[in-house]
Design a binder for this molecule. Sequence first.
Ligand code: ZN
Ligand code: ZN
Length: 308
Amino acid sequence: MSFEVTILGASSATPTSTRNVSAQLVHLLGRFFLFDCGEGTQIQLRRFGVKMQKINYICISHLHGDHYLGLMGLLSTMSLLNRKKELLIFAPKGLESILNLHLKLSYSVLSFPINFIEFNTSKMKKIFEDDVFELFSFGLRHRIPCWGFKLLEKQRPRHVLKDMIEKHKIPYSAIHAIKSGKNYTTECGQLLRNESLTSKPYKPRSYAYCSDTMPFDNLIDFIFDVDVLYHDATFHSNLSEKAKSTFHSTAKQAGIVASKANVKKLILGHFSSRYKNLDILKQDAKSEFENVDIAKEGETWKLQKTYD
Ligand SMILES: [Zn+2]
Ligand SMILES: [Zn+2]
């Protein structure tokens, strides 16, 4: 019942000798999402033992190079490995043209189909769903059009209590209805209330990814109450003017956003290469919000299950 985030890169603008540019893998119940795909992402996937063909969905936040320049290489390798499965790419307008031009000029044809879905609003919008998740995009505030993403798990069915099923010899054919909340009447007419046959499912978990943004009021509504928030923390608050002029956030501002949005955990990322020791950014955010982690490449955060 996994919902986990693995950081593949958290450096802003340029890679350093110890940090790669933006990319992360999110795994939710057998679905694999790649949020951004900076240069070198396919190497990071290899380094951390992720099978790249498992990726079903790629979400590109914006067309600054540190967020998408690894895409052509990744798609090319997927094709060389003879991928057949369709790949969904959610991206700003223009990325499809860039990739198509590249393929055309290199006389290349990918071994698999890509379904491009372009963002067409800065409002909160559901861009995809299946039976276990909903994926939303929302506009961020950056130098060029840029989007954040929210991945929301759907409510799980009630958990059937095995010992009660055995005790009352309930047939397998009745389980589906019981999971969906129905009562059950035994052959001898005894009514068994659903609450006695099942336990409550855990609360749906949620994750938000805010790659490059300066703070703005609507952001709080977009990400309110998520379990885990990944947020731009390019600078320390002693460089707040630089953060403002480049449309980024300070770690302290990320802490303020996390606090106002009532999230449970904040992961700071997109660090300027000037910071060798990231602890000062952690302390900067901690002045506003307690539960802060620094995005470290190869580390995985598991979203915990909670019950009402
Ligand atoms: Zn960036
Ligand atoms: Zn950017």
